[in-house]
Design a protein around this ligand. Structure first.
Ligand code: SF4
Ligand code: SF4
Ligand code: SF4
Length: 246
């Protein structure tokens, strides 16, 4: 039986999500039994110049060349998965959108600035149609496996649209607000099993905002702990700045 052809590609990113996949361990061996990985720069040098059953995209779109490249990959793929915050919501690369393009290009490339193309950072779904999403910075490995299985079976996967707080409460964590810290969990999409809070950190909103946040409830919490909405929104902007790009 022919296995589905799967290719991994990266755009502007730190490649941390690829590393999460490469480090999947036993789950990776199981996955490799049912798919044929034809491109994956982090782990192999071969190139595949034909079409793919599934293209898995990491990174955000930050140049005109990247726009052309992602469109070309989309045209060659039956199914496209965006994985990691950079790809799904723009992620940390979106912080570039806080500045004038000419200023940031000058700052980064200095006297060679004129030779480097740059555009406002966009997430992958802001440029091409995406079939499946694996949010997070980095991806939460069990969710990646769940999404890949769904894609291979042709089943839908819906990114949870409830808040991280729900998973956090189920994990019986002491709330960061009780510890004198502020946390973006109340307005951030679940699906990571409150990964950061379980490990003693706050949530920075890397999975993106829930579509219908409980604004009044959250404002009441912020008031109780004397924290401004601006402070939380500044934290959220670390990953979510691209939502302002139309
Ligand atoms: S989502 Fe985070 S870990 Fe993944 S590539 Fe982007 S910056 Fe790196
Ligand atoms: S605010 Fe943060 S620490 Fe508190 S319950 Fe929500 S996710 Fe957990
Ligand atoms: S807890 Fe928040 S910052 Fe950490 S992985 Fe989950 S969504 Fe991202």
């Amino acid at each position: 039986m022919t296995k589905p052809k799967v290719a991994f590609f990266d755009f502007a990113c730190c490649e941390g999500c690829q590393l999460q996949v490469a480090n999947l361990g036993e789950a990776l061996l199981d996955i490799l039994e049912v798919i044929d990985v034809v491109e994956f720069r982090e782990v192999m040098s071969e190139k595949w110049n034909q079409s793919f059953d599934i293209a898995i995209i990491e990174g955000s779109i930050t140049t005109n060349h990247a726009v052309e490249r992602i469109k070309e990959i989309r045209a060659r793929s039956k199914v496209l998965i965006a994985y990691g915050s950079c790809a799904t919501i723009g992620g940390v690369n979106g912080m570039k959108n806080n500045y004038e393009l000419k200023d940031i290009r000058q700052y980064v490339y200095q006297e060679k600035a004129e030779f480097f193309d740059t555009i406002p950072t966009r997430s992958v779904p802001q440029v091409v149609n995406v079939d499946y999403f694996v949010n997070g910075c980095p991806i939460y490995p069990p969710e990646f496996v769940r999404v890949l299985k769904a894609a291979l079976a042709g089943l839908p996967y819906h990114v949870p649209d409830s808040s991280v707080c729900i998973e956090c409460k189920l994990n019986e964590n002491v709330c960061m607000y009780e510890r004198g810290l502020s946390c973006a969990g109340p307005i951030t999409r679940a699906g990571c099993n409150s990964w950061c809070v379980n490990n003693g950190n706050i949530c920075y909103g890397c999975r993106g905002m829930v579509s219908n946040p409980n604004e009044n409830g959250f404002k009441a919490v912020l008031e109780k702990y004397d924290i401004t909405v601006d402070l939380i929104m500044n934290k959220m902007n670390m990953y979510n700045k691209c939502r302002e790009i139309k």
